[in-house]
Design a protein around this ligand. Structure first.
Ligand SMILES: [Zn+2]
Length: 176
């Protein structure tokens, strides 16, 4: 039984870094900001804190299963997965690398930020500024000449758009 020292917790972060998002396999749950914390619980139990991209996200079951499988493969058997809904996940938690990968995958990354990543979510000032740019650029050709086909794309997190220039439909990861 390994003691859960800081080095071990760091190793767990690395192990979970490899767990992909079930819906967008090119990005990890850590890059998406779904993986919130890895900490020491009581009786040397690992506590994995996750926040789903939206409440009732069906992918959450898959994510919990994948986390469990990754931990087991790395030799960790005593763990607990805690789902935290507040503060709610926001697209601001996505890393820059994740946004770039989304784009390469053909999904337009969320535009704009509700706040800065430098601040903890609860410190984020409320802003009621209307969004000026409301059309995502085509992830393939970069054209801003796009139109929305549907409010919901392949999942509720995404909207379906089409590029008027290359005529290709694409998913847009809605910021929230
Ligand atoms: Zn295009």
């Amino acid at each position: 039984m390994t003691a859960l020292d800081d080095l071990t917790l760091e190793h767990v972060w690395e192990v979970l870094e490899a767990v992909p998002d079930p819906e967008i396999p090119v990005v990890s749950i850590r890059e998406l900001g779904i993986l919130r914390d890895v900490r020491r619980g009581t009786n040397e139990t690992l506590e994995i804190v996750v926040t789903p991209t939206y409440s009732g996200c069906p992918a959450m079951y898959q994510i919990a299963e994948d986390i469990g499988a990754a931990l087991n493969a790395a030799g960790f058997t005593k763990y607990r997965i805690e789902t935290v809904l507040a503060p709610a996940w926001t697209t601001d938690w996505m890393t820059k690398a994740a946004r770039e990968k989304l784009k390469q995958y053909g999904i337009a990354p969320p535009m704009g930020n509700c706040g800065s990543n430098e601040h903890a979510p609860q410190e984020r000032p409320l802003r009621f500024v209307p969004r000026i740019v409301d059309k995502p650029a085509c992830p393939r050709c970069g054209s801003l000449h796009t139109e929305r086909l549907a409010q919901f794309g392949s999942t509720a997190c995404k909207a379906l758009y089409r590029c008027m220039d290359c005529r290709e439909p694409f998913d847009y990861f809605k910021p929230y």
